[in-house]
Design a protein around this ligand. Sequence first.
Ligand SMILES: CC(C)(COP(=O)(O)OP(=O)(O)OC[C@H]1O[C@@H](n2cnc3c(N)ncnc32)[C@H](O)[C@@H]1OP(=O)(O)O)[C@@H](O)C(=O)NCCC(=O)NCCS
Length: 173
Amino acid sequence: MKSRRNRELVLRPMRESDLDQVLAIEAACFSNPWLRTSFLFDLYSEDSCCMVARLGNEVLGFIIGWFVLGELHVLNLAVGSQYRRRGVGEGLLKFLLGRAEKRGCRRATLELRGSNEAALNLYEKYGFRPMAIRRAYYQQPVEDAVLMLMDFRAGSRRDPAGMEVQDGMVSEG
Ligand SMILES: CC(C)(COP(=O)(O)OP(=O)(O)OC[C@H]1O[C@@H](n2cnc3c(N)ncnc32)[C@H](O)[C@@H]1OP(=O)(O)O)[C@@H](O)C(=O)NCCC(=O)NCCS
């Protein structure tokens, strides 16, 4: 069961000391990875939420969201390849959406490669729906971006409280 595998998993705010591991995950996941300076900017921005999922001293994944004008923008989400399909990405997304709701956000948006089936499924599971295509938005390889939107008030989001993923997952901060 996911909950058993995740028993030691801790979600907590990202720290500078996490960045070496975060950057390694980022580089392994994306052909145009964020630079350390981009992470540092969000780490110290009051309008950003940067969380890591950790098991002991190991960073398994991270999420970064930006709150602006009553909206959440999901800027970055990645889980190390060896820790996927264990509910880590879902736990991080669920935490960020909860944080956004507490801040009174009305909508959440993000963009992703159209071929990214894993992420598309994850976001759709949480009520995000494709809204627009941005042609040739990504490089290496060139690919369209799908812009997705989730309306917190529409009730389209599944009730995460009913899901078992979070069992044993501790949130700090
Ligand atoms: C997308 C990503 C973060 C998902 O993380 P994860 O921890 O493996 O995902 P979870 O185990 O929490 O899965 C949650 C849901 O996502 C979807 N999903 C995850 N991996 C999937 C896969 N390989 N194929 C299809 N759906 C998948 C499913 O809907 C799953 O729910 P289910 O278990 O009920 O089927 C991870 O694959 C990743 O880091 N990919 C590379 C970076 C990336 O693409 N980031 C997103 C950029 S927008």
